[in-house]
Design a protein around this ligand. Structure first.
Ligand SMILES: [Zn+2]
Length: 116
């Protein structure tokens, strides 16, 4: 699966998810690096896409890929490519390792947040 938008390219295969962004360079994820991929909708058609929740500490925590394609369709295409997130299913604070309850975005222990 290959999707392109603006300056970024998203490429998914069963073993790897790759996002190439002109300003950030190439980010590669194995399925074990990725906890979850969620669709997000900021402004329909303008700012929507998918959000990659991952465990790689050297990458930006909140990685979003925006696209003209509806996020659900984009996500489906990604899953159809065979890429399956297999990182720890619970969300884990990337700063201190504390496990976060589902949908909690701020770590109660150290204050780190996915939303910063
Ligand atoms: Zn924490």
């Amino acid at each position: 699966m290959l999707a392109m938008w603006g300056f970024a390219t998203l490429n998914a295969s069963p073993s790897e998810l790759t996002i190439r962004a002109m300003l950030r360079g190439t980010m590669r994820f194995r399925s074990s690096n990725v906890v979850r991929i969620d669709p997000f909708i900021g402004i329909p058609l303008v700012y929507w896409g998918i959000r990659v929740r991952h465990l790689k500490k050297d990458y930006p925590r909140d990685i979003r890929f925006t696209s003209l394609t509806h996020p659900r369709k984009l996500l489906q295409g990604l899953l159809d490519s065979g890429f399956t997130p297999s990182g720890i299913q619970k969300d884990q604070c990337l700063a201190c390792g504390h496990f976060l309850a589902a949908e909690v975005v701020t770590c109660p222990k150290c204050g780190w947040s996915y939303d910063t």
